[in-house]
Design a protein around this ligand. Structure first.
Ligand SMILES: [Zn+2]
Ligand SMILES: [Zn+2]
Length: 286
């Protein structure tokens, strides 16, 4: 298994990995009584019955040991599939999904994400940590038990790099954070805002890639969930000014959503303003 870079689009591709598909006929590997037999990276709480557990992905895309060994192959760039790939089991209950957990349980999952990011950041080989959650068969979930995944990679994925560069360029030209500008503009227009809870905004972005795409942003500027302003100054000079942490939710409602995304042109059948209106009318407690 290795990672190759497309010299034209600059995308990194993990090659030589068999796609794993959770075998639904097998007993769930994350239920209490079974999961304890697997190595644990983090268990919360440490004593007594667990609520959240982090374990190495049983079939990882990246492996933790070794040096990336970046090498050229003629004009091409490649390196070893070095990185971290972890599974966060969000609840011991097999039949509950994240939205059915109570606030305290959800807060615990977010705390575990933040704590794993902080730990993986200590490894100088890693340039990017992603927390993602595929829920439901259309989104390609590997197990039905509520879980999310964390990867740490020795490269910055292309879309993220693009996002960072655009934000940095916006800041250079205007001395304002692009995400703060989005919040202010959408606050003024109102029609794409789905919910406001304290200082947190949920909105359907102007150019939503799929129906009901949602971003969750804090209205006050902060580039990182954890670090203080300026902490990453050496790595990215203006990152603390021009990046603004947020969560992106992309519901996959149709099979074609995924294949269209490969071309990086999205066909969204629903106007974000209509999506926001429909989402505002929903009662999240039903
Ligand atoms: Zn289960
Ligand atoms: Zn901002």
């Amino acid at each position: 298994m290795e990672i190759r870079r497309d010299p034209i689009t600059q995308s990194w591709v993990v090659v030589g990995q068999q796609e794993s598909s959770g075998d639904s006929a097998q007993p769930c590997p994350f239920d209490p009584g079974t999961i304890e037999k697997r190595p644990s990276i983090l268990t919360w709480p440490a004593e007594g019955p667990w609520q959240v557990r982090v374990l190495p992905h049983p079939d990882p895309l990246y492996r933790i040991e070794g040096d990336p060994g970046r090498a050229a192959e003629g004009m091409y760039d490649k390196m070893g599939a070095i990185g971290a790939h972890e599974v966060v089991v969000e609840t011991p209950h097999h039949d509950k999904n994240l939205s059915q957990l109570n606030d305290e349980e959800i807060e615990r999952v977010l705390w575990v994400w933040a704590s794993r990011i902080a730990d993986l950041k200590k490894d100088p080989r890693f340039k990017y940590v992603a927390v993602f959650k595929n829920q439901g068969p259309l989104a390609g979930d590997e197990w039905s038990h509520a879980h999310s995944q964390i990867t740490a990679t020795v490269f910055v994925p292309r879309r993220v790099k693009y996002e960072l560069n655009s934000a940095s360029e916006w800041f250079r030209e205007r001395e304002r954070c692009i995400f703060c500008d989005v919040v202010r503009q959408d606050e003024k227009q109102g029609k794409r805002i789905v919910d406001v809870q304290g200082d947190y905004y949920a909105l359907c972005p102007y150019s939503s890639r799929v129906p009901y795409e949602l971003w969750i942003l804090h209205r006050r500027h902060n580039h990182h969930t954890l670090s203080k302003k300026g902490e990453l100054a050496g790595y990215w000079k203006t990152l603390s000014d021009d990046f603004h942490w947020h969560i992106e939710i992309l519901p996959i409602l149709e099979k074609r959503s995924k294949s269209y995304s490969i071309k990086e042109v999205y066909f969204n059948s629903l106007l974000p303003e209509q999506a926001a209106e429909q989402l505002r009318a929903l009662d999240p407690n039903t």
